[in-house]
Design a binder for this molecule. Structure first.
Ligand SMILES: [Zn+2]
Length: 324
């Protein structure tokens, strides 16, 4: 898999994607003096999968230019789709939510949210994972494992702070090709790819010695099994959470927009590193989720992002459901 590293940095964003992101991401920065007290908690949601207790923490909001959700389609494709739902046709706002899995003595985070990373046009109180954990009485030292689905900034933003691991008693888990890709040295020009690589270095290098590899099919910690879901990034994984017959497929970023992803699985998101593979992954996991009537979750779906995938004509639809 290391041969994938030969992909050039240009492959992080194709031409259409670069255009779509040019304006909103022109002034991306990483905050260096964020006060955690200003990061007010908005919401948490708790439910169970068998004996595992899950807590979904509302971490951040994120605004994408709408064309980024149909980056491989002609200009003007996405507007009518969003308009059918009465949504704005120029921007799409996404949630981000981090899931804590408590299983026996294990306290496991699925990704780490935004941390102190800021994007233009997004709320200053992004990165509320720490506030969420404090609200339920979980200290950063209590976290036993951090499982990283992939190396994008909005998923690794709380791995480290000031060059030190945030969850210092945790074992971090990440696919080797993801770790190597996102710790390549960034170039000097100001661009979104270089920004992402910069975050990768800042967040992942301080925890590198704590990182263990995982691969498709591995039960990384009890009750959490890796499901290869490549395309969004080369080593992106979803996770099957399971206890006996109780299961939930956490799609992570297999689909980023809760309407576009299931209904138009072949429409590429601008940041996808392999658009055809990402589409095939969506079709495979949505088919499985619908056939097996799996509970599913999405990292960027509207909070708390839990529901089912149901067949709808030639594609699928995400249906939010209540969990208890
Ligand atoms: Zn993401």
């Amino acid at each position: 898999m290391l041969s994938n590293l030969s992909l050039s940095r240009r492959s992080l964003l194709g031409g259409a994607a670069t255009a779509a992101f040019a304006t909103p991401f022109a002034n991306i920065s990483v905050a260096d003096a964020a006060d955690p007290d200003t990061k007010a908690l908005r919401a948490i949601h708790r439910f169970s999968i068998g004996k595992m207790r899950l807590t979904v923490i509302d971490d951040a909001r994120f605004t994408f230019p709408a064309p980024a959700f149909a980056a491989n389609k002609p200009e003007g494709t996405i507007g009518p789709f969003l308009d059918r739902y009465g949504l704005p046709t120029d921007f799409a706002s996404l949630h981000m939510q981090v899931t804590l899995v408590e299983n026996g003595d294990n306290k496991v985070l699925l990704d780490t949210g935004m941390g102190d990373i800021t994007f233009p046009q997004n709320p200053e109180d992004n990165g509320r994972l720490a506030a969420g954990l404090a609200t339920i009485g979980v200290a950063s030292e209590d976290i036993t494992a951090v499982i990283l689905s992939h190396g994008h900034p909005d998923h690794i933003g709380s791995c480290s702070k000031n060059g030190e691991p945030v969850f210092k008693n945790a074992t971090y888990f990440m696919p080797p090709n993801e770790l190597e890709f996102w710790t390549q040295k960034p170039g000097t020009e100001q661009s979104f790819p270089n920004f992402m690589l910069g975050v990768g270095n800042t967040q992942l290098e301080p925890v590198r010695k704590l990182i263990r590899p995982y691969a498709d099919g591995n039960e990384i910690v009890p009750g959490v099994t890796a499901v290869a879901a490549p395309g969004h990034t080369l080593g992106h994984h979803a996770f099957l959470l399971h206890d006996g017959e109780s299961k939930m497929l956490h799609l992570m970023d297999t689909a980023v927009h809760y309407l576009v992803g299931p209904e138009e699985p072949d429409w590429a998101l601008a940041v996808e590193m392999d658009q055809e593979v990402a589409a095939a992954t969506r079709r495979r996991l949505f088919k499985q989720a619908a056939e097996e009537r799996l509970l599913v979750a999405g990292y960027h779906f509207p909070f708390p992002g839990i529901g089912r995938i149901v067949e709808q004509g030639p594609s699928w639809r995400f249906v939010p459901i209540q969990t208890v």
